[in-house]
Ligand binder design. Structure first.
Ligand SMILES: [Zn+2]
Ligand SMILES: [Zn+2]
Length: 296
């Protein structure tokens, strides 16, 4: 119970009561119940206030390391922003540069492969807002700094090894985008057979959203939803993501809502088929369950 309370604290749902000397008790108290309710609302789950199976399996899903609520985060039923609604401020149209860390990089995917993943991801975001993204060589001077890091890497947000937290990024205009080096990153599930493989492009899409100023959405299909199952892909921006980011930067003059709505309709049908739980997902969840308790 105290481990779960720590998890809720880590992601912004629970604070330690003053009279408990920096630790949590194993008691299911009213505060814990309200944390569960907040969590269920944020993840679009049935709000029971109980640790039901759906809630537990969501907790066990690998996720982004960015906190969901924060002290005064403006939380709605859909997209959200960081406190103070920070955004990049430049002339319009805006150009932001990005670079890959020359030392913190993985070698089992080629640099060309990694660059292509990020190029596609940045251009999906650029197609909806008047912002251009350009890759440059010089990591030190780039607006957006991308790298693979392991464990404690000096920014106060240590990574936790395989699954659990996959990546994190900071709000504008910080620009740091960090991926957990310990994951089995994949660009092609046909080639990468590991059961715990994580799709690099889906995580890139999500973390770029943070870089631009979006916090976590409670819309399950949105790119900005906090968790992602291993061996699953979610790379297309949904209406919720687009509305969120356009409220910060305005619309790209070439962007058309109609094309988005069409793709939304077809992908929703695909999601409907995809979301039926199967025994393989369940055994996988058990695996993550045991991993999570090994690492905490
Ligand atoms: Zn996130
Ligand atoms: Zn980091």
């Amino acid at each position: 119970m105290s481990e779960l309370k720590k998890y809720f604290q880590r992601f912004g749902y629970l604070s330690i009561p003053d009279n408990q000397n920096d630790s949590f008790t194993d008691v299911f108290d009213a505060q814990f119940e309200s944390a569960i309710i907040l969590y269920q609302k944020k993840f679009g789950l049935p709000v029971s206030g109980k640790l039901d199976s759906q809630t537990i399996s969501t907790i066990m899903s690998p996720r982004c390391g960015v906190s969901d609520t924060g002290p005064k985060l403006h939380a709605t039923k859909h997209f959200a922003y960081f406190y103070g609604r920070p955004r990049w401020v430049r002339g319009s149209p805006m150009t932001l540069t990005y670079a890959f860390s020359p030392s913190n990089i993985i070698d089992y995917i080629s640099l060309a492969g990694i660059r292509a993943v990020f190029q596609r991801s940045f251009s999906r975001w650029a197609s909806v807002i008047p912002v251009n993204f350009t890759e440059i060589e010089d990591y030190g001077s780039a607006n957006i700094k991308i790298g693979f890091f392991s464990g404690d890497h000096g920014d106060g947000e240590p990574f936790d090894g395989v699954l659990g937290v996959l990546a994190h990024a900071f709000s504008p205009e910080n620009g740091r985008l960090h991926l957990d080096e310990a994951e089995t990153w994949a660009v092609d599930f046909g080639k990468e057979k590991s059961k715990s493989a994580v799709d690099l492009e889906s995580v890139a899409m999500h973390e770029i959203g943070h870089i631009l100023g979006l916090a976590h959405s409670s819309v399950k299909e949105a790119v900005m939803y906090p968790s992602l199952r291993p061996r699953s892909k979610k790379v297309d921006l949904k209406l919720d993501d687009v509305e969120g980011v356009q409220a910060l930067y305005g619309s790209n003059p070439n962007f058309k809502y109609s094309s988005l709505l069409e793709s939304e309709y077809s992908s929703n049908k695909a999601i409907g088929l995809h979301y039926r739980p199967c025994s393989c997902t369940f055994s996988w969840l058990l695996l993550v369950f045991s991993l999570l308790f090994m690492i905490t």
